[in-house]
Design a protein around this ligand. Structure first.
Ligand code: MSP
Length: 534
């Protein structure tokens, strides 16, 4: 597999990752959001016939975990076990289809990180050095003199003063990769997306890179540095390497050989706050390890809540119990829909609003998808005893219905490939809008009153049913449960997912002669009722 084949999207394998989440936090909307985006893409790529590897997991080392555990009087490993289990439980609740769940305290990860770091040291990409600099304790990172001055020697994130720190540590020779990184940013304009984020990273990259310490000696909850156990490997280096250790790159064992064929990642999906590590440090490590680059680091923005940054004290935190409240009222698929179409996929933050959730649900799912499905199936039930008629080939002025549906499929395919999940959803729901418009224009309910127009009626409803079927294939990655229900109502075999994407989204007569059921997919809900719980 050539690294370039990923750039064109022509490869039959796909690899997508979420950040691995810190175990000193409880799962909340931020984690659920990123993982849901990846899940939608993974399902979509499986639907188009790719062999997908979708990775998520937990980041379990570091001083914060050590501290939280100490505060609770338990071992860091016990804290990690407890919270990792909670993150895994969330994946179940949400029906997320990750292929692996990596924990950085697992033996497979620890062993491989040590091997990879050894490899870096053997090639002189890692060396022992002494360093004095401005340290942001909250972020656990050093900042350059220039940046420290710009922010008045305070953390730009927490506002707390930076501290002057001296350490003898192992360093990663980041500065040696300056030119190669700049060249890569020039030649791969889509390496970091969205564009605004790429420009930010590039600006900072051009300020010049300094070597980064990759070990710590002031705490012990981490992976010991190989052959010098007074140092532990900095949590970020340990964490980034999960993307490679999950596929077995740290020991190249024969039993994980098949996994390595998924490399490199198509998308490392992350939040914007951790972009530098993913867009600069991680590629430099990969260069040092001589591994092919990911196709794209996709950094989405943040959810805020009812106009304000989420915080426990404001009581506007969208935590797990709140999310579960939404899922109980509106259903899991409605939650996924809102995440994908109203979320912060682009360069601006998105505001989670109970009223906005309700409106999106009602407009898109009740009034468009649900209404269209129930209208079509109800008319087939009423006028054809539930049996989908054959298309009699009647033409309708101004309508090239089949071509319009085909164009939506093509747009969906392109958008999905580029991780434009919101645009993909827009193309898919566009099919349902087209069906509605077609029904309104051709007025089958009037045509039905005239027995001499049966062929016309059959042609309208056969096409609507067919478009409904195609639309349901495109919506399935984001609305898997409701679209499964629709498939069932359309009497499609469960094995429908076995057929190729082109077959399943191409125009066909597959429904003709099948008995469909009237279907109500999304119940109308009166008013927003969910309270945030924290
Ligand atoms: N452990 C590191 C990541 C290491 S990856 C090699 C970490 N963990 S985290 O638990 O803090 O998760 C951060 C991620 O959670 C963000 O990058 C983003 O994916 C998600 N979100 C956390 N809060 C968020 C919002 N308010 N909105 C959207 N997503 C955000 O950083």
């Amino acid at each position: 597999m050539s690294p370039d084949s990923k750039q064109t999207g022509s490869d039959d394998r796909a690899y997508i990752t979420t950040p691995i989440y810190y175990v000193n936090d409880r799962p909340h909307i931020g984690h659920a959001y990123t993982t849901t985006l990846c899940d939608v893409w993974a399902r979509a790529m499986r639907a188009v016939g790719k062999d997908v590897f979708f990775l998520t997991g937990t980041d379990e080392h570091g001083v914060k975990v050590e501290k939280s555990a100490r505060e609770r009087g338990i071992e860091p490993q016990a804290l990690a076990d407890e919270n990792a289990a909670e993150f895994e439980r969330v994946l179940q609740i949400f029906g997320l289809t990750n292929d692996d769940f990596i924990r950085t305290t697992q033996d497979r990860h620890v062993r491989q990180v040590q091997n990879l770091v050894r490899r870096l040291r053997d090639t002189d990409a890692v060396y022992l050095g002494e360093f004095e600099g401005w340290y942001d304790e909250g972020q656990e990172e050093y900042v350059t003199e220039n940046r420290a001055r710009e922010t008045d020697y305070k953390s730009p994130i927490s506002g707390r003063p930076l501290v002057k720190a001296t350490e003898k540590n192992y360093y990663f020779r980041l500065s040696a990769f300056q030119d190669r990184l700049e060249t890569m940013f020039d030649s791969e304009p889509d390496f970091v997306r969205p564009l605004a984020r790429r420009n930010e990273v590039l600006g900072r990259l051009r300020e010049g890179l300094q070597d980064v310490p990759i070990t710590r000696t002031n705490f012990s909850w981490g992976i010991p540095f190989p052959d010098d156990e007074s140092h532990v490997i900095y949590v970020w280096i340990d964490a980034l390497m999960n993307y490679a250790t999950a596929l077995g790159f740290g020991d190249d064992a024969p039993e994980t050989e098949h996994l390595r064929t998924y490399w490199p990642a198509d998308f490392h999906v992350i939040g914007k706050e951790i972009l530098w590590f993913h867009a600069v440090i991680w590629p430099a490590i990969l260069m040092a390890l001589e591994l092919p680059m990911p196709r794209c680091v996709y950094a989405h923005s943040f959810w805020i809540s009812e106009g304000q940054k989420m915080s426990k004290s404001l009581g506007n935190f969208i935590d797990l119990p709140t999310i579960e409240g939404y899922m109980e009222t509106y259903g899991l698929d409605a939650w996924r829909w809102y995440m994908v179409v109203q979320g912060p996929l682009g360069a601006t933050d998105a505001d989670f609003q109970a009223a906005g959730f309700h409106e999106t649900y009602t407009t898109d799912l009740v009034n468009t998808v649900g209404n269209c499905a129930s209208r079509t199936t109800a008319m087939i039930s009423k006028y054809f005893d539930g049996v989908v008629p054959s298309d009699e080939g009647i033409t309708f002025d101004g309508w090239d219905f089949e071509a319009e549906i085909g164009a939506s499929v093509a747009r969906w395919r392109l958008a999905m490939d580029e991780f434009a999940l919101d645009a993909a959803c827009e193309s898919a729901i566009g099919i349902f809008r087209t069906i509605d418009a077609f029904i309104n224009a051709t007025e089958p309910f009037k045509v039905a009153k005239d027995d001499s127009r049966r062929a016309e009626l059959a042609s309208i409803l056969a096409r609507c049913a067919e478009a409904l079927r195609v639309g349901s294939v495109l919506l399935a990655p984001v609305l898997p449960n409701k679209m499964a229900a629709l498939h069932e109502a359309l009497a499609l075999d469960a094995g429908a997912s076995e057929i190729s994407f082109d077959e399943s989204t191409g125009w066909s007569e597959i429904l003709a002669g099948r008995t469909v059921r009237k279907v109500a997919l999304f119940p109308r809900i009166d008013a927003p009722t969910i309270e945030t719980t924290s």
